[in-house]
Design a protein around this ligand. Structure first.
Ligand SMILES: [Zn+2]
Length: 433
Protein backbone atom coordinates (compact mmCIF):
# COMPACT_ATOMS: atom_id res chain seq x y z
CA UNK A 1 0.00 0.00 0.00
CA UNK A 2 2.73 2.44 0.93
CA UNK A 3 4.54 1.72 -2.30
CA UNK A 4 1.43 2.42 -4.42
CA UNK A 5 0.75 5.67 -2.56
CA UNK A 6 4.30 6.80 -3.20
CA UNK A 7 4.02 6.16 -6.92
CA UNK A 8 0.78 8.16 -7.08
CA UNK A 9 2.43 11.00 -5.13
CA UNK A 10 5.43 11.09 -7.48
CA UNK A 11 3.18 10.99 -10.54
CA UNK A 12 1.12 13.94 -9.32
CA UNK A 13 4.23 15.91 -8.43
CA UNK A 14 5.85 15.21 -11.78
CA UNK A 15 2.78 16.41 -13.61
CA UNK A 16 2.74 19.59 -11.46
CA UNK A 17 6.36 20.56 -11.92
CA UNK A 18 6.49 19.70 -15.65
CA UNK A 19 3.26 21.52 -16.53
CA UNK A 20 3.87 23.18 -19.86
CA UNK A 21 2.74 26.79 -20.21
CA UNK A 22 -0.16 27.30 -22.62
CA UNK A 23 0.65 27.81 -26.28
CA UNK A 24 -0.56 31.39 -25.95
CA UNK A 25 1.89 32.04 -23.10
CA UNK A 26 4.74 30.44 -25.06
CA UNK A 27 3.97 32.71 -28.00
CA UNK A 28 4.13 35.92 -25.95
CA UNK A 29 7.96 36.25 -25.72
CA UNK A 30 8.35 35.23 -29.37
CA UNK A 31 5.80 37.90 -30.32
CA UNK A 32 7.75 40.57 -28.45
CA UNK A 33 10.99 39.52 -30.15
CA UNK A 34 9.18 39.61 -33.49
CA UNK A 35 8.02 43.20 -32.91
CA UNK A 36 11.51 44.28 -31.88
CA UNK A 37 12.98 42.64 -34.99
CA UNK A 38 10.39 44.31 -37.21
CA UNK A 39 11.46 47.66 -35.75
CA UNK A 40 15.11 46.73 -36.33
CA UNK A 41 14.37 45.89 -39.97
CA UNK A 42 12.48 49.16 -40.26
CA UNK A 43 15.77 50.93 -39.56
CA UNK A 44 17.01 49.55 -42.92
CA UNK A 45 13.84 50.09 -44.97
CA UNK A 46 11.66 53.17 -44.48
CA UNK A 47 8.63 51.44 -46.01
CA UNK A 48 8.78 48.26 -43.94
CA UNK A 49 7.07 49.45 -40.77
CA UNK A 50 3.77 50.79 -42.03
CA UNK A 51 2.54 51.52 -38.52
CA UNK A 52 3.82 51.01 -34.99
CA UNK A 53 1.90 51.92 -31.86
CA UNK A 54 3.61 49.81 -29.20
CA UNK A 55 6.00 51.08 -26.50
CA UNK A 56 8.12 54.00 -27.73
CA UNK A 57 11.09 52.55 -25.81
CA UNK A 58 11.17 49.51 -28.11
CA UNK A 59 11.58 51.70 -31.16
CA UNK A 60 14.23 53.75 -29.41
CA UNK A 61 16.07 50.60 -28.47
CA UNK A 62 15.94 49.33 -32.07
CA UNK A 63 17.53 52.60 -33.17
CA UNK A 64 20.25 52.36 -30.52
CA UNK A 65 21.06 48.71 -31.16
CA UNK A 66 21.10 49.17 -34.94
CA UNK A 67 21.14 45.44 -35.67
CA UNK A 68 22.60 44.70 -39.09
CA UNK A 69 20.62 42.75 -41.69
CA UNK A 70 22.58 39.53 -41.23
CA UNK A 71 21.86 39.61 -37.49
CA UNK A 72 18.16 40.27 -38.12
CA UNK A 73 17.99 37.29 -40.49
CA UNK A 74 19.69 34.99 -37.98
CA UNK A 75 17.39 36.15 -35.17
CA UNK A 76 14.27 35.71 -37.32
CA UNK A 77 15.37 32.21 -38.33
CA UNK A 78 15.96 31.33 -34.68
CA UNK A 79 12.46 32.48 -33.71
CA UNK A 80 11.04 30.52 -36.62
CA UNK A 81 12.73 27.37 -35.33
CA UNK A 82 11.28 28.02 -31.85
CA UNK A 83 7.80 28.42 -33.32
CA UNK A 84 8.11 25.28 -35.39
CA UNK A 85 9.09 23.31 -32.30
CA UNK A 86 5.91 24.26 -30.42
CA UNK A 87 3.08 21.79 -30.14
CA UNK A 88 -0.03 23.44 -31.61
CA UNK A 89 -2.17 20.34 -31.39
CA UNK A 90 -5.58 21.10 -29.88
CA UNK A 91 -4.95 24.85 -29.71
CA UNK A 92 -7.95 27.16 -29.65
CA UNK A 93 -8.67 28.51 -33.17
CA UNK A 94 -7.46 32.08 -32.60
CA UNK A 95 -4.32 30.91 -30.83
CA UNK A 96 -3.54 28.46 -33.66
CA UNK A 97 -4.01 31.33 -36.11
CA UNK A 98 -1.74 33.47 -33.95
CA UNK A 99 0.93 30.79 -34.23
CA UNK A 100 0.55 30.75 -38.02
CA UNK A 101 0.56 34.57 -38.09
CA UNK A 102 3.91 34.72 -36.27
CA UNK A 103 5.31 31.89 -38.37
CA UNK A 104 4.32 33.47 -41.68
CA UNK A 105 5.35 36.99 -40.65
CA UNK A 106 8.75 35.91 -39.34
CA UNK A 107 9.39 33.88 -42.51
CA UNK A 108 8.44 36.92 -44.56
CA UNK A 109 10.65 39.16 -42.43
CA UNK A 110 13.64 36.83 -42.91
CA UNK A 111 13.07 36.94 -46.69
CA UNK A 112 12.90 40.76 -46.74
CA UNK A 113 16.00 40.94 -44.59
CA UNK A 114 17.90 38.69 -47.00
CA UNK A 115 16.70 40.70 -49.99
CA UNK A 116 17.73 44.00 -48.43
CA UNK A 117 21.09 42.38 -47.77
CA UNK A 118 21.62 41.65 -51.46
CA UNK A 119 19.87 38.34 -52.16
CA UNK A 120 18.00 38.35 -55.46
CA UNK A 121 14.61 36.66 -55.77
CA UNK A 122 12.48 36.35 -58.88
CA UNK A 123 9.05 38.02 -58.79
CA UNK A 124 7.28 34.75 -58.01
CA UNK A 125 9.88 33.71 -55.43
CA UNK A 126 9.45 37.06 -53.71
CA UNK A 127 5.63 36.75 -53.79
CA UNK A 128 5.80 33.32 -52.18
CA UNK A 129 8.43 34.22 -49.58
CA UNK A 130 7.03 37.58 -48.52
CA UNK A 131 3.25 37.26 -49.02
CA UNK A 132 2.73 33.49 -48.98
CA UNK A 133 1.18 33.23 -52.46
CA UNK A 134 2.10 33.27 -56.14
CA UNK A 135 -0.12 35.01 -58.70
CA UNK A 136 -1.38 32.84 -61.55
CA UNK A 137 -0.18 33.38 -65.10
CA UNK A 138 -2.55 33.28 -68.07
CA UNK A 139 -1.85 32.56 -71.75
CA UNK A 140 -2.03 35.41 -74.23
CA UNK A 141 -5.27 33.96 -75.65
CA UNK A 142 -6.98 34.69 -72.33
CA UNK A 143 -6.13 38.39 -72.63
CA UNK A 144 -6.95 38.56 -76.34
CA UNK A 145 -10.37 37.03 -75.72
CA UNK A 146 -11.08 39.57 -72.98
CA UNK A 147 -10.02 42.38 -75.30
CA UNK A 148 -12.38 41.10 -78.00
CA UNK A 149 -15.28 41.24 -75.56
CA UNK A 150 -14.31 44.75 -74.59
CA UNK A 151 -13.97 45.67 -78.26
CA UNK A 152 -17.60 44.70 -78.85
CA UNK A 153 -18.83 46.93 -76.04
CA UNK A 154 -16.94 50.15 -76.64
CA UNK A 155 -18.23 52.82 -79.00
CA UNK A 156 -16.12 54.24 -81.83
CA UNK A 157 -13.26 52.94 -83.97
CA UNK A 158 -9.65 52.10 -83.29
CA UNK A 159 -7.80 49.80 -80.88
CA UNK A 160 -9.82 48.84 -77.75
CA UNK A 161 -7.35 50.45 -75.34
CA UNK A 162 -7.66 53.84 -77.08
CA UNK A 163 -11.44 53.64 -77.13
CA UNK A 164 -11.42 52.55 -73.50
CA UNK A 165 -9.44 55.63 -72.48
CA UNK A 166 -11.80 57.81 -74.52
CA UNK A 167 -14.86 56.13 -72.95
CA UNK A 168 -13.49 56.74 -69.44
CA UNK A 169 -13.30 60.49 -69.94
CA UNK A 170 -17.05 60.99 -69.44
CA UNK A 171 -16.62 59.62 -65.87
CA UNK A 172 -13.57 61.70 -65.04
CA UNK A 173 -14.17 64.00 -62.10
CA UNK A 174 -13.20 67.64 -62.72
CA UNK A 175 -10.28 68.63 -60.48
CA UNK A 176 -12.29 71.18 -58.53
CA UNK A 177 -14.86 68.52 -57.60
CA UNK A 178 -12.47 65.76 -56.50
CA UNK A 179 -12.35 66.64 -52.81
CA UNK A 180 -16.13 66.87 -52.45
CA UNK A 181 -16.59 63.54 -54.24
CA UNK A 182 -13.97 61.75 -52.14
CA UNK A 183 -15.52 63.08 -48.92
CA UNK A 184 -18.99 61.96 -49.99
CA UNK A 185 -17.68 58.50 -50.95
CA UNK A 186 -15.96 58.01 -47.60
CA UNK A 187 -19.02 59.20 -45.72
CA UNK A 188 -21.29 56.77 -47.61
CA UNK A 189 -18.92 53.81 -47.12
CA UNK A 190 -18.74 54.54 -43.39
CA UNK A 191 -22.49 54.87 -43.08
CA UNK A 192 -23.22 51.60 -44.87
CA UNK A 193 -20.59 49.79 -42.83
CA UNK A 194 -22.03 51.16 -39.61
CA UNK A 195 -25.38 49.59 -40.51
CA UNK A 196 -23.88 46.12 -40.88
CA UNK A 197 -20.87 45.85 -38.62
CA UNK A 198 -19.95 46.68 -35.05
CA UNK A 199 -17.51 49.57 -35.11
CA UNK A 200 -14.81 49.99 -32.47
CA UNK A 201 -15.89 52.65 -29.99
CA UNK A 202 -14.21 56.00 -30.51
CA UNK A 203 -12.67 55.05 -33.86
CA UNK A 204 -12.05 57.93 -36.23
CA UNK A 205 -9.85 59.12 -39.05
CA UNK A 206 -8.61 62.34 -40.55
CA UNK A 207 -8.42 63.00 -44.27
CA UNK A 208 -5.65 64.77 -46.17
CA UNK A 209 -5.13 65.53 -49.85
CA UNK A 210 -1.50 65.26 -51.01
CA UNK A 211 0.62 65.22 -54.17
CA UNK A 212 3.93 63.73 -55.28
CA UNK A 213 3.48 60.27 -53.76
CA UNK A 214 4.10 56.91 -55.51
CA UNK A 215 0.64 55.59 -54.53
CA UNK A 216 -2.92 56.69 -55.29
CA UNK A 217 -4.15 56.75 -51.69
CA UNK A 218 -2.88 55.53 -48.31
CA UNK A 219 -4.32 54.64 -44.94
CA UNK A 220 -1.90 55.30 -42.09
CA UNK A 221 -3.22 53.58 -38.99
CA UNK A 222 -2.02 55.25 -35.80
CA UNK A 223 -3.32 52.97 -33.07
CA UNK A 224 -6.08 53.42 -30.54
CA UNK A 225 -8.75 53.48 -33.23
CA UNK A 226 -7.32 56.51 -35.02
CA UNK A 227 -6.22 56.71 -38.65
CA UNK A 228 -5.04 59.11 -41.32
CA UNK A 229 -6.23 58.66 -44.90
CA UNK A 230 -4.27 60.47 -47.59
CA UNK A 231 -5.52 60.89 -51.14
CA UNK A 232 -3.02 61.64 -53.91
CA UNK A 233 -4.46 64.36 -56.15
CA UNK A 234 -1.93 63.63 -58.93
CA UNK A 235 -3.87 60.59 -60.14
CA UNK A 236 -6.96 60.97 -62.34
CA UNK A 237 -10.19 60.28 -60.44
CA UNK A 238 -13.34 58.78 -61.89
CA UNK A 239 -16.86 58.48 -60.47
CA UNK A 240 -16.17 54.96 -59.19
CA UNK A 241 -13.12 56.27 -57.33
CA UNK A 242 -15.46 57.80 -54.76
CA UNK A 243 -16.56 54.49 -53.28
CA UNK A 244 -13.50 52.62 -54.56
CA UNK A 245 -11.19 54.69 -52.37
CA UNK A 246 -13.71 55.32 -49.60
CA UNK A 247 -14.38 51.64 -49.02
CA UNK A 248 -10.79 50.47 -49.66
CA UNK A 249 -8.97 52.95 -47.44
CA UNK A 250 -11.77 53.53 -44.96
CA UNK A 251 -14.81 51.32 -44.35
CA UNK A 252 -15.10 48.32 -44.52
CA UNK A 253 -11.49 48.39 -45.76
CA UNK A 254 -8.16 49.28 -44.17
CA UNK A 255 -9.21 51.66 -41.42
CA UNK A 256 -11.99 49.43 -40.14
CA UNK A 257 -9.79 46.32 -40.35
CA UNK A 258 -6.92 48.01 -38.49
CA UNK A 259 -9.20 49.21 -35.71
CA UNK A 260 -10.75 45.75 -35.33
CA UNK A 261 -7.38 43.96 -35.11
CA UNK A 262 -6.03 46.53 -32.67
CA UNK A 263 -9.10 46.26 -30.45
CA UNK A 264 -9.53 42.46 -30.53
CA UNK A 265 -5.92 41.37 -30.25
CA UNK A 266 -3.70 44.15 -28.91
CA UNK A 267 -6.15 45.84 -26.53
CA UNK A 268 -8.23 42.88 -25.36
CA UNK A 269 -5.74 39.98 -25.51
CA UNK A 270 -2.43 41.81 -25.16
CA UNK A 271 -0.92 40.23 -28.29
CA UNK A 272 1.91 42.67 -28.93
CA UNK A 273 2.53 41.57 -32.53
CA UNK A 274 -0.57 43.58 -33.40
CA UNK A 275 1.20 46.80 -32.41
CA UNK A 276 3.22 46.71 -35.64
CA UNK A 277 2.01 46.53 -39.23
CA UNK A 278 4.83 45.45 -41.54
CA UNK A 279 3.99 46.56 -45.08
CA UNK A 280 5.82 43.77 -46.87
CA UNK A 281 4.20 40.82 -45.10
CA UNK A 282 1.44 38.20 -45.46
CA UNK A 283 -1.12 40.46 -43.86
CA UNK A 284 -0.58 42.81 -46.81
CA UNK A 285 -2.39 40.48 -49.18
CA UNK A 286 -5.38 40.19 -46.85
CA UNK A 287 -5.47 43.94 -46.22
CA UNK A 288 -5.38 44.82 -49.92
CA UNK A 289 -7.66 41.95 -50.94
CA UNK A 290 -10.34 42.88 -48.42
CA UNK A 291 -9.83 46.54 -49.32
CA UNK A 292 -10.47 45.84 -52.99
CA UNK A 293 -13.51 43.70 -52.23
CA UNK A 294 -14.88 46.26 -49.76
CA UNK A 295 -16.84 48.39 -52.23
CA UNK A 296 -18.47 45.29 -53.74
CA UNK A 297 -19.71 44.30 -50.30
CA UNK A 298 -20.92 47.79 -49.43
CA UNK A 299 -22.44 48.56 -52.85
CA UNK A 300 -23.56 45.20 -54.28
CA UNK A 301 -24.95 44.72 -57.78
CA UNK A 302 -27.06 47.59 -59.06
CA UNK A 303 -26.64 49.60 -55.85
CA UNK A 304 -23.21 50.71 -57.06
CA UNK A 305 -24.51 52.19 -60.29
CA UNK A 306 -27.52 53.74 -58.55
CA UNK A 307 -25.30 55.44 -55.97
CA UNK A 308 -22.82 56.72 -58.54
CA UNK A 309 -25.59 57.94 -60.85
CA UNK A 310 -27.89 59.48 -58.24
CA UNK A 311 -25.48 60.77 -55.59
CA UNK A 312 -21.95 61.12 -56.94
CA UNK A 313 -22.55 62.19 -60.56
CA UNK A 314 -24.57 65.32 -59.54
CA UNK A 315 -21.75 66.41 -57.18
CA UNK A 316 -19.22 65.91 -59.98
CA UNK A 317 -21.49 67.49 -62.62
CA UNK A 318 -21.39 64.30 -64.73
CA UNK A 319 -25.08 63.39 -64.92
CA UNK A 320 -24.98 62.50 -68.63
CA UNK A 321 -22.44 59.66 -68.26
CA UNK A 322 -23.36 56.31 -69.88
CA UNK A 323 -23.72 54.07 -66.79
CA UNK A 324 -25.35 51.19 -68.66
CA UNK A 325 -22.38 50.60 -70.94
CA UNK A 326 -20.01 51.28 -68.05
CA UNK A 327 -21.33 48.30 -66.08
CA UNK A 328 -20.72 45.90 -68.98
CA UNK A 329 -17.31 47.45 -69.67
CA UNK A 330 -16.35 47.04 -66.05
CA UNK A 331 -17.22 43.33 -66.12
CA UNK A 332 -15.18 42.81 -69.30
CA UNK A 333 -12.18 44.68 -67.87
CA UNK A 334 -12.17 42.38 -64.83
CA UNK A 335 -10.94 39.58 -67.10
CA UNK A 336 -7.80 41.65 -67.68
CA UNK A 337 -7.10 42.13 -63.99
CA UNK A 338 -3.95 40.00 -63.87
CA UNK A 339 -2.35 41.87 -66.79
CA UNK A 340 -0.61 44.37 -64.52
CA UNK A 341 0.91 41.59 -62.41
CA UNK A 342 2.09 39.86 -65.59
CA UNK A 343 3.82 43.06 -66.64
CA UNK A 344 5.47 43.53 -63.24
CA UNK A 345 6.65 39.93 -63.23
CA UNK A 346 8.30 40.13 -66.67
CA UNK A 347 9.68 43.63 -66.17
CA UNK A 348 11.22 43.00 -62.74
CA UNK A 349 12.59 39.61 -63.80
CA UNK A 350 14.31 41.34 -66.72
CA UNK A 351 12.41 39.42 -69.43
CA UNK A 352 10.84 42.52 -70.92
CA UNK A 353 12.37 45.90 -71.73
CA UNK A 354 10.66 49.04 -70.52
CA UNK A 355 9.28 49.59 -74.06
CA UNK A 356 7.83 46.08 -74.23
CA UNK A 357 6.33 46.54 -70.79
CA UNK A 358 4.73 49.85 -71.77
CA UNK A 359 3.21 48.24 -74.85
CA UNK A 360 1.70 45.43 -72.77
CA UNK A 361 0.49 47.80 -70.06
CA UNK A 362 -1.17 50.03 -72.63
CA UNK A 363 -2.80 47.22 -74.61
CA UNK A 364 -3.77 44.66 -71.97
CA UNK A 365 -3.63 46.35 -68.56
CA UNK A 366 -5.36 49.43 -70.04
CA UNK A 367 -3.01 51.80 -68.24
CA UNK A 368 -3.54 55.28 -69.69
CA UNK A 369 -0.57 57.34 -70.95
CA UNK A 370 -0.68 59.72 -67.98
CA UNK A 371 -0.47 56.81 -65.51
CA UNK A 372 2.48 54.95 -67.06
CA UNK A 373 5.19 56.76 -65.06
CA UNK A 374 3.25 56.20 -61.84
CA UNK A 375 3.02 52.48 -62.67
CA UNK A 376 6.79 52.18 -62.99
CA UNK A 377 7.37 54.28 -59.86
CA UNK A 378 5.08 52.05 -57.79
CA UNK A 379 6.51 48.84 -59.25
CA UNK A 380 10.14 49.82 -58.59
CA UNK A 381 9.38 50.69 -54.98
CA UNK A 382 6.88 48.03 -53.96
CA UNK A 383 7.73 45.23 -56.42
CA UNK A 384 5.72 42.02 -55.74
CA UNK A 385 3.39 43.95 -53.38
CA UNK A 386 1.39 44.46 -56.57
CA UNK A 387 -0.03 40.90 -56.33
CA UNK A 388 -1.79 41.84 -53.11
CA UNK A 389 -4.60 43.72 -54.83
CA UNK A 390 -5.82 41.37 -57.55
CA UNK A 391 -4.74 38.05 -56.08
CA UNK A 392 -5.69 39.27 -52.62
CA UNK A 393 -9.22 40.08 -53.76
CA UNK A 394 -9.54 36.64 -55.35
CA UNK A 395 -8.35 35.00 -52.12
CA UNK A 396 -10.76 37.00 -50.01
CA UNK A 397 -13.54 36.17 -52.48
CA UNK A 398 -12.73 32.47 -52.08
CA UNK A 399 -13.05 32.86 -48.30
CA UNK A 400 -16.41 34.63 -48.65
CA UNK A 401 -17.75 32.17 -51.23
CA UNK A 402 -16.75 29.18 -49.10
CA UNK A 403 -19.01 30.47 -46.33
CA UNK A 404 -22.01 30.99 -48.54
CA UNK A 405 -21.55 29.09 -51.82
CA UNK A 406 -25.06 29.72 -53.11
CA UNK A 407 -25.12 33.49 -52.69
CA UNK A 408 -23.29 36.34 -54.38
CA UNK A 409 -20.19 37.43 -52.45
CA UNK A 410 -21.26 41.00 -53.14
CA UNK A 411 -23.16 42.30 -50.15
CA UNK A 412 -22.01 39.43 -47.91
CA UNK A 413 -21.29 41.45 -44.78
CA UNK A 414 -21.30 38.43 -42.51
CA UNK A 415 -18.48 36.61 -44.28
CA UNK A 416 -16.43 39.79 -44.58
CA UNK A 417 -16.95 40.53 -40.89
CA UNK A 418 -15.74 37.03 -40.02
CA UNK A 419 -12.58 37.48 -42.09
CA UNK A 420 -11.83 40.87 -40.53
CA UNK A 421 -12.24 39.41 -37.05
CA UNK A 422 -9.47 36.83 -37.50
CA UNK A 423 -5.66 37.21 -37.39
CA UNK A 424 -4.70 37.93 -41.04
CA UNK A 425 -2.53 34.99 -41.98
CA UNK A 426 -2.22 32.61 -44.95
CA UNK A 427 -3.70 29.69 -42.96
CA UNK A 428 -7.12 31.31 -43.52
CA UNK A 429 -6.74 30.23 -47.14
CA UNK A 430 -5.08 26.88 -46.45
CA UNK A 431 -6.67 25.26 -49.47
CA UNK A 432 -5.20 27.94 -51.72
CA UNK A 433 -1.60 27.78 -50.55
ZN1 LIG B 1 -4.67 49.48 -49.82
Amino acid sequence: MRKTALIVFIAICASCSAKTPSLEAQLDPIAESYVRLALALGEHDDDYVDAYFGPAAWREQAKQEALDLAAITVAADKLLAELQALDTHGAEKHVALRHDYLLSHLGSMAAISRMRNGETLSFDEESAAVYGFVAPSFPLEHYDKALQELDALLPGDGPPHERYQAFLQQFRIPEDKVKAVVRKGLEACRERTRQHMTMVEGENFSLEFVTGEPWGAYNWYQGNGQGLIQINLDRPKYLGTSIGLGCHEGYPGHHLFSTMLDDAYLQKRGWVEFSVLPLFSPQGIIFEGSGDLASRVAFPGDERTAFLRDVIAPIAGLETADFKTATAVRDAVRELRYAGIEAARHYLDGDWSKEQTIEWLTTYALVGPESIDAWFGFTARYRAYRINYTLGEDLVLSFVRARNPDASPEGDWQALAELLSLPPTPALFADKR
